[in-house]
Design a protein around this ligand. Sequence first.
Ligand SMILES: *Cc1c(COP(=O)(O)O)cnc(C)c1O
Length: 395
Amino acid sequence: MPGFEVFGDEERKEVQDVLDSGVLFRYGFDQARNNHWKAETFEKELAEKIGAGHCHLCSSGTAALSVALAACGVVVGDEVIVPPFTFVATIEAVMSAGAVPVFADIDETLCLDPESLEKALTPRTKAVLVVHMCGAMAEIDRIKAFCDQKGVTLIEDACQALGGSFNGKYLGTFGKVGCFSFDPVKTITCGEGGCMVTDDRKLYEIADAYADHGHDHVGNDRGAEGHAIMGANFRISELNAAVGLAQLRKLDRMLKIQRAHKKEIKAALGRIPGLEFRKIPDEAGDSATFLSFFLPEEAVAAKVSDELAAAGVDGCFYWYHNNWHYVRQWDHILGLKSAAPLPLTLFETRPDYEKLNLTQSDSIMGRTISMLIKLSWTQDDIARRINGMTAVLSR
Ligand SMILES: *Cc1c(COP(=O)(O)O)cnc(C)c1O
């Protein structure tokens, strides 16, 4: 799964370029930088690769989500429909915008259920923030159709799904904005980093300025630049961007390896009775970072998860009991425990987070185990893994 497995001379060369120039800043210093524009080059190459009009690189995926929400005009009191299965960053970004996360159920894609959106919709709904979890897609065409029909903004958190696609179109390019993360455990990594992509030039310009104190980035005298809006600092450094650039150029190779490993394991496990795989609306577009499967019931899944670990099959996640990815363990978030009072506490219309009714999601997550797919596995590793898994899962 993670890009750190394939660090090599390519990453070292890109970083060396930056260190040799002495310019760690992504803007300006035109003379000194010896023509190295790592962040800018990354943005161009990523946009081109996934067929997005524009890309803006940020300091993290969480930063990209914050920038995306601001650029989409999500303001204090707006409601944003979110899934209960995601990394907490998705929810944090909505809450720090002052907006109100409204949870809707997931389905067997492990992503938002298009059928659950209507129930979560209110006159205050500004956006649907769909998360493509564990490397594969939501029913993105149906979710997009819903948003278009209701006049609601679609934002994609594709932080875990770089390189994934649906019917030949890359994930992250269906919504008004798509966000990616390059943190230490993502498909490609640059230590810390993320980006947002959009086809909307105006929205891109707002994001680009908002992420850098409002700088409009016109001309090459930073001190003389205009500032149409205020912003903050969500910038990436050239050092991180340099690593990201080398990683991006390895993406296709990484996807190919992941897909081959996953296919082999899935074929071997497919014969086990009672075992079902996660629903993937377009198998060919799966980035294959994880293999997710369902056991017949919660008690069995919890037991199998322990047994897999005991059998030495590492890298398996039982998200239902996990602190960071499923809503049931988020007492800090559901209890609105923040460093400073959250704007959403001002709104009595907010959902009662202590009494969420997500029985469909509970029933799915209670039965789900995901195993990460590593790039570095040898044929022996895979064979041993298949044997270990078959022994546990066939009991
Ligand atoms: C990793 C992740 C993020 C946040 O990205 P960071 O770069 O770690 O800030 C957001 N959403 C999802 C679904 C993620 O997996």
